[in-house]
Write a protein that binds this ligand. Sequence first.
Ligand SMILES: FC(F)c1nnc(N2CCN(c3ncnc4sc(CC(F)(F)F)cc34)CC2)s1
Length: 495
Amino acid sequence: MAGIRDREKRHFPLQQIQDVVNLFKDQFSDSDEPNLAFLSIVLGSIEHILTVNRAVPYNRDASKCIEPIFPVIQLDTIQALFTKFVTLVKSSVDLTQYPGDFATRELVKRVSDVIWSGLTRAYYKDKAHLQSLYSFLTGNKLDCFGVAFGVVAAFQVLGYKDVHLALSEDHAWVVFGKDLKETAEVTWHGKGNEDKRGQPITVGVSEKNWLYLNGQPVICSREIEVAAIVSAINPSINATTDSVEMGALQQELLWQLYDMGHLDKYPMALGNLGDLEELCPTLERPLPVQIFDKAIESAKTYYNEQHVYPYTYLGAYHCRKGNYREALKAWADAASVIKKYNYTREDEEIYKEFLEIANDLLPNMMKSVAGENASRLHGTSLLHDPEAYANFLRFYDGICQWEEDSPTPVLHITWAKQLVFSLGKFDPKVRNYIDIHGEGEEDEEEEEEDEEEEEEEDRRDLERKVPQKEVTKGRKRKRSHKNSENGDEYETKDC
Ligand SMILES: FC(F)c1nnc(N2CCN(c3ncnc4sc(CC(F)(F)F)cc34)CC2)s1
C-alpha cells in the first residue's frame, strides 16, 4: 500500500468543498485503488471541525446569519494521522506468519483485534461522528460500521486486495479469500449482544434473517467502500441543526459517485442522496422520487427484492409531502419484503421502523385525511379509494406474515388498537370493490381461466368444421393489476 503521494498532496491545503471533490475525483482517476484510510481521515477531520468542534466566530449581531465557513485542512495534519494508522497496523501484524496473497480467517480475526484493542473501554457506541478513522485515531472511538470499515482499510494498508466490506441494512462484516467466498464477523451488533468476531456468516445464520438480508448484502468494491464512508458522513451538529457545508459536501460527493456508477448497487446510498435532494435540490438533477425509484430498481436487480429500506425511504418522503396514497403503496411494498423474513431479537431497527409507520405515521395520516371535508364529500378521499384500502390491508398482511414462524412476537395490543383505529377510518363501501386472494388461490383461478381458454379453442375448432349460429363467450375477466412486486394480487373492479 503506497503512502500519501503527490496525487494526494497536490490538493492541499483543502479550503473549499470543490477541493475535496477534486481530491476524490483524483482518487478514481487511475488504476491504483482509492486510499480508504486517507479518505476516511480527510472526511472525519472536516466533519469534526464543521459539527463537533465548530470554532465558528460567534456572530454577535444575530441579524446576520453566520457566513458559511469551510475549515482549512492542512496536509501535515492528515499525513500525521495516516502515518499513525499505517504504523499501528504494520507493527501489530507480522505478515511473515501469513504467507499467500489471500487473507485467512486467523489474520482477519487478528486485524479485527488490532482495531478492537485501539478502542477506549467504555463509550456511547451509537453517538454521532464515530464512523471515521479520524475518530479512531484522535479519540479511540468507533461505531459498529467504523470498526468494520477500519478492518478493511487496515487490510488495504497491508496490501491485501481480497478483503472487502459487506453491508446489510443494520450490520457490517467482511468477505475475503478466493472469489470472496469467505465471510467473517469483525464488529459487534446492537446492545447486549455478545460479539461474534471471527465467526463466518453461514447460510443457516443469514437465511430468512433481515440482519443479514437473507444472503443479499451489499458486497463492496473499493469504490463502493468509498461510497460507504461518504454515505456515512453525518452532517448533524445537534438534534435539531445540521451543518449546511457538511451536507453540501456529502451531496456533491454522492453525485460524483453516482455519475461514476458507484451507487448502482448501493440502494441505501441512493436513499441518502434522495433525502439530501429533498432538503436542497440540485439543478438539473433527478427528483427525489426518481432517486428513490432507482434505489428500488437496484434492490430488485441486484438483491432479489430482499431490501426493505428502499421502500421506507420512499414512503417516508411521500408521507412528508402529504402524498398519502403513494406512501401507503410504498409501505405495503416494504411489508411485502419484510414478510419474507422471520423476526428475531437483533432486528430492533426494522421493528422500530414498522412500529412508527403502523402506530404513528399511518394513524396520523388517517386522522388528517378524515378531517378533509372537501375530498370526503366528493368521494375522492383516500378513505373511499379501494386501491388505498388494498395497500392498507397488504401492509398489515405483510406484518402478520413477518410474525408467522418467528421466534419473537411482533404484534401487541397497541398494534391492534391502531389497526382498528386506522381501518375504521375507511368508508365501509370501499370493501365492496376489492377481491382478496393470496398467491396460491390465484394459481387456481389461473388454472380455471386456462381451462376456459382450452374449451374456447375447442369450440373455435368445432365451429371451423361445423359453422353454428353463435358461440358462448368465455367469462369476462375482471381487471386485475399487480399491486405489488411479489405476485400478491388484490383485484379491484371498476368502481
Ligand atoms: F427512511 C428510512 F428508510 C431510512 N432512513 N435512513 C436510513 N438509513 C440511514 C443510512 N444507513 C446506511 N446508509 C448507508 N450505508 C449503510 S450500511 C448500514 C449498516 C451498518 F451501519 F453498516 F451497520 C447502514 C447504512 C442506514 C439506513 S433508512
